[in-house]
Design a protein around this ligand. Structure first.
Ligand SMILES: Cc1cc2nc3c(=O)[nH]c(=O)nc-3n(C[C@H](O)[C@H](O)[C@H](O)COP(=O)(O)OP(=O)(O)OC[C@H]3O[C@@H](n4cnc5c(N)ncnc54)[C@H](O)[C@@H]3O)c2cc1C
Length: 395
């Protein structure tokens, strides 16, 4: 349709690439500009939950997710640090949940990019400026290029260059902890279960394991307290011996897994307070650019997928004139839910790391068990019907 808006996405991470797939699936014209010379991701896992897997299915990515992901099943569980079971983790359900998957981040970025028509993604374009007027929005790049579109979606991550054109300046919030992340080939741990998500909770620390790449790799994340020196260190190689020392004396299964670790990365944990606004005229924010969150609900990538699906559903009903209003509708739809998830991730992190503040650990374990109802609401949520209803405002 000639009157449909042209759309530019800045940032070719998980959020930007999924949004491109969703917009194209809705018949819209899209270009993606990514700063890196090649698309890629660091070697670590991302956990995909039913609230985003249903959208991956809808845009035709279900078979690729099934191929590259590792389906996680009913034996998923929380443990105390010594291996005593706390509660099952509900990852399957017969009423509308398709599946949950562990996924290698590079595999995920690769399958999202492979599904796009040739020429949609332009790498080597680092955005450095933005302006808009009544006719169009223009983005300038470090390499001297200038690109124009009716709508610009900033999916350029927690350090977003484009955020300044939408919201007042703010600083990311450091949460005093760091995640050690890495992968162990399953052939080195053949007895390790290939189909479950498992988390161990201890004093100020927790340890998470789930499979990726069709179960060939075991992804681990060890969360430990970090001092202020780490504050400016966003991600850096870590020392496997320090990681082993952090979890010495925990469940022997963790010690066994960590004995195989040769390389690990440290990732200091940041989020932001919810922004007062995500949209200005023809520019809106998506994913970590809009709402970076702590990983304690495993929702940063999943929420960016919900953002992309909501935006595509609403923009598909807009024309060039109503497209800015469509962005405002998207923001109104998403901001409250995402702020609740950001808050929930902070609260869950405190719950995971707080065993020293419970006189009776049974109380903590009961809270962990009861938290299943929050996850159920999170995973049950389908952003499409509410985006369709919200888009009626544009008519
Ligand atoms: C320890 C840890 C574990 C996590 N686990 C999970 C999990 O299990 N499940 C989950 O859902 N989420 C998880 N997350 C969160 C998740 O990784 C992020 O929320 C998600 O990757 C955000 O995607 P994004 O596309 O918005 O941003 P990013 O992935 O940061 O992508 C931004 C892209 O924009 C590009 N870019 C940046 N600036 C520019 C510019 N000026 N011009 C052009 N391009 C630019 C970057 O190069 C990058 O490709 C985890 C995070 C951490 C730290």
């Amino acid at each position: 349709m000639a009157l449909q808006p042209s759309i530019m996405i800045v940032g070719g991470g998980i959020g930007g690439l999924f949004a491109a797939n969703a917009l194209i699936a809705h018949g819209l014209r899209v270009s993606v500009y990514e700063q890196a010379p090649n698309l890629g991701e660091i070697g670590a896992g991302v956990f995909l939950t039913p609230n985003s897997v249903r959208h991956l299915d809808r845009v035709g990515l279900g078979p690729a997710v099934e191929k590259w992901g590792a389906r996680v099943g009913a034996s998923s569980r929380y443990f105390r640090h010594d291996g005593a079971p706390i509660a099952p983790v509900q990852v399957t359900d017969s009423s509308g949940w398709n599946a949950t998957f562990g996924m290698h981040r590079a595999d995920f970025v690769g399958l999202l990019a492979a599904a796009l028509p040739p020429g949609v993604v332009r790498t080597g374009h680092r955005c450095t400026g933005f302006e808009q007027d009544a006719n169009s929005a223009r983005v300038t790049f470090e390499n001297g290029a200038v690109a124009e579109a009716d709508i610009v979606i900033a999916a350029d991550g927690i350090h977003s260059e484009l955020r300044q054109y939408v919201a007042p300046p703010s600083r990311p919030v450091f949460h005093g902890s760091v995640a050690y992340r890495g992968l162990v080939p399953r052939e080195q741990m053949p007895h390790w279960p290939a189909n479950c998500w498992q988390m161990w909770l201890g004093n100020s620390k927790h340890f998470l394991v789930f499979p990726v790449r069709a179960g060939e790799l075991i992804n681990y994340v060890g969360f430990v307290p970090a001092d202020q020196e780490m504050k400016e260190s966003w991600s850096a190689p870590g020392n496997p011996d320090v990681l082993r020392a952090e979890f010495a004396g925990w469940d022997p299964r963790i010690e066994d897994l960590l004995s195989k670790v040769e390389k690990t990365f440290r990732w200091a944990l940041y989020d932001r307070e919810p922004l007062p606004t995500w949209t200005k005229g023809k520019l809106t924010l998506l994913g970590d650019a809009a709402h970076p969150m702590l990983p304690h609900l495993g929702q940063g990538a999943n929420q960016s997928i919900e953002d992309g699906m909501a935006l595509a559903t609403i923009l598909a009903r807009a024309d060039r004139q109503t497209a800015p209003a469509a962005l405002a509708v998207y923001e109104r739809l998403r901001r409250e839910r995402v702020a609740a998830v950001q808050k929930g991730a902070r609260e869950n992190g405190m719950r995971y790391d707080s065993s020293s503040s419970y006189a009776d650990l049974g109380v903590r374990d009961a809270e962990i068990t009861a938290h299943a109802s929050f996850r159920r609401r999170l995973y049950d949520h389908d952003v499409v019907p509410e985006a369709q209803a919200a888009a009626m405002e544009l008519a």
